[in-house]
Design a protein around this ligand. Structure first.
Ligand code: MRU
Length: 361
């Protein structure tokens, strides 16, 4: 079975369960989970069974619809109270990626807007909104891929970190979208995947999906990127993003900012890929972004046959870091490529977005 033909996150055909590809088991085992209970959906997001900013937003959107479907409320006030609780609960699963709250708020607003309708009708509208979020994500990633393809040429070497590919979205990915789209067009690139300690999203997920798509892929440890850039193997660095501030500071998987520093040193262009839903214009700079802290065991024992660090050692395990806007060559969105100064170009992106969603104005 080719992983590229499977859905990362979807609604099952009876429309009463969330289906996710369990990413903690990849690449060894391809397992699809059927989740109905929002506690299981919360846990799947928390434990990275579903991960990547757009994918957790989509999963949570379906989760909120399922919470509505299972609601026993017989009047609107108790229905919306229960829904608000479910929204806050799902949102608490992970703090950094803004797509989670963005998708939950979008679905929740539908319930608020249609307060005059019967509960089953509102529930159905929530289902449609969650489906729309998912299908728009595919279209968005495709456009991001098209813009990304203008930055590279056939045969280029691209370095990527973590997994901002199909497994992190509904299709194509963000940073890996140009690579997958390029494959559709008969192009090929040489992709270097950082293994991405401690959870190995690069080794387990990006390398897996790129190979499945027939991409020329080389896995490197995180501490090898400097040498690979120095040897002139990298034409550009392509990374995803979990939350982007109004000034262009980009929060992504831990290790990303170090890569940006190296890229600057070696004169390699460094591009951040993200949908507009990842841009948080309420946050002025990256220092306002909450960085998720994860458990010490991810560093000391996960993926090892036995614990590899001494008992009692202190562990610091931030899951993300912030790359300063001054290190970023361009920000690739579905509305085009923003260039410095980002305070202006990101505003322009949102102006284009507003025009695209309301063409008569
Ligand atoms: O902890 P993860 O695996 O959810 O982190 C994912 C990333 O950092 C991705 O680069 C980001 O979410 C963009 S996914 C298109």
């Amino acid at each position: 079975m080719n992983i590229m033909t499977l859905e990362t996150v979807s609604l099952d055909e009876n429309e009463n369960a969330l289906l996710i590809l369990d990413q903690t088991k990849l690449p060894g085992t391809v397992d699809i989970l059927h989740l109905k209970d929002i506690r299981d959906i919360w846990d799947a997001i928390k434990t990275l069974k579903v991960r990547g900013a757009p994918a957790i937003g989509i999963a949570a959107a379906f989760g909120l619809y399922l919470a509505a479907l299972q609601s026993r409320a017989n009047n609107y006030p108790s229905f919306i109270t229960g829904l608000k609780y479910a929204k806050c609960y799902l949102n608490s699963a992970r703090p950094t990626a803004v797509n989670l709250s963005w998708a939950l708020n979008r679905v929740y607003r539908v319930a608020e807007t249609h307060s005059d309708k019967p509960i089953p009708e509102i529930t159905d509208l929530l289902r449609l909104e969650a489906i729309a979020i998912k299908s728009e994500d595919t279209e968005t990633c495709r456009k991001i891929g098209e813009y990304g393809l203008t930055l590279i040429k056939n045969g280029d070497g691209i370095l990527t970190h973590c997994n901002a590919g199909q497994l992190a979205t509904s299709k194509y990915g963000t940073a890996l979208a140009p690579i997958h789209l390029g494959r559709e067009k008969g192009m090929n690139f040489h992709v270097y995947c950082d293994e991405t300690r401690p959870l190995l999203q690069g080794a387990r997920l990006s390398a897996f999906e790129l190979l499945a798509d027939g991409v020329d892929t080389t896995l490197i440890c995180d501490n090898m990127s400097s040498q690979v850039m120095k040897e002139g193997r990298v034409s550009a660095v392509f990374v995803g993003c979990d939350r982007l501030a109004a000034n262009g500071d980009a929060c992504n998987k831990i290790g990303t900012s170090g890569l940006a520093v190296l890229a600057k040193y070696y004169g390699v262009p460094f591009y951040v890929f993200c949908p507009a839903s990842t841009i948080d214009m309420t946050i002025q700079t990256g220092s306002d972004i909450i960085i998720e802290q994860r458990s010490p065991e991810e560093v000391t024992e996960m993926w090892y046959s036995k614990r590899m660090a001494p008992e009692g050692v202190k562990v610091y395990n931030p899951a993300f870091d912030v790359t300063g806007h001054e290190l970023i060559t361009g920000i690739v969105t579905e509305y085009g490529i923003a260039r410095p100064p980002y305070v202006d170009s990101l505003k322009e992106i949102f102006t284009t977005k507003a025009t695209a969603s309301n063409p008569s104005h």
